[in-house]
Design a protein around this ligand. Structure first.
Ligand SMILES: [Fe+2]
Length: 240
């Protein structure tokens, strides 16, 4: 009966977002500085105080060199200052796990990380890579802390959620997408997202925001019941 007292949980509680695509023209995220500013303003209104944006690095499609990512981030900062949009922003990357990532690690190339050596990576959505455990081991022994982007979206984890426990045991940290809580991607994604929260298999929460439509989904996600439960977990967002 006191339903009308229930308010949306403010996303301020998260503070930092560590997964987004807000550097114009580098990937399938925003395509102009104007669009970036519009999306960033909305993220700020939703309560984020710091953004770590993570363009895709994918061998064939998005060949973003770390230097180009950092340069574009500086250009964006300048643009935001000119527009009087005050928010802390920095850049890392979302690495697609493939042979080229394995080669970069083997060659000891410096990879883009955030916080204390956290490295965000993603997988093919349909097929679990054969070399997954080898690359995880190589990353960890090279001093990185691998963070798997949106585990709830991969079909093979939806079918076998227990595999996520194995990943955690191998030293992988898991990053849930906030939009997954709404059913925006699929019901199977939402189901696994909720299970991950129940089982406390979430280390980071991220927006994975690509555009203005995603900010609307985020607005819906932060009003949801699972979001409030998510905030009760010891998320590493707070440490960034
Ligand atoms: Fe992403």
């Amino acid at each position: 009966m006191f339903k009308w007292f229930r308010k949306a949980t403010p996303v301020q509680a998260l503070g930092t977002d560590l997964h987004s695509h807000l550097l114009p023209g580098l990937d399938d995220g925003v395509q102009s500085f104007e669009e970036a500013a519009e999306v960033i303003l909305k993220l700020k209104q939703l309560g984020f105080s710091k953004l770590i944006t993570t363009p895709h690095i994918m061998s064939d499609i998005y060949r973003n060199a770390p230097a180009d990512i950092l340069e574009k981030c500086e250009a964006l900062k300048t643009y935001l200052q000119e527009k009087n949009i005050d928010i802390e922003i920095s850049a890392a990357a979302e690495y697609y796990l493939d042979e080229s990532l394995a080669a970069r690690v083997a060659a000891k190339e410096t990879l883009l990380t955030f916080g204390s050596q956290y490295l965000l990576f993603e997988l093919n959505f349909m097929v679990e890579p054969m070399n997954l455990n080898n690359i995880i081991f190589a990353l960890i022994t090279s001093g990185y802390k691998p963070v798997l982007a949106h585990p709830e979206r991969y079909m093979f984890y939806q079918q076998h959620p227990d595999k996520l426990e194995d990943l955690i045991a191998r030293g992988v940290l898991l990053q849930l997408n906030l939009a997954s809580l709404t059913g925006y991607y699929s019901k199977a994604t939402a189901d696994l997202a909720r299970l991950m929260i129940e089982e406390r298999w979430v280390h980071f929460a991220g927006s994975d925001c690509h555009n203005l439509v995603h900010t609307q989904v985020l607005e819906e996600a932060i009003k949801s019941r699972p979001f409030r439960k998510l905030l009760s977990l010891p998320l590493l967002n707070y440490s960034l």
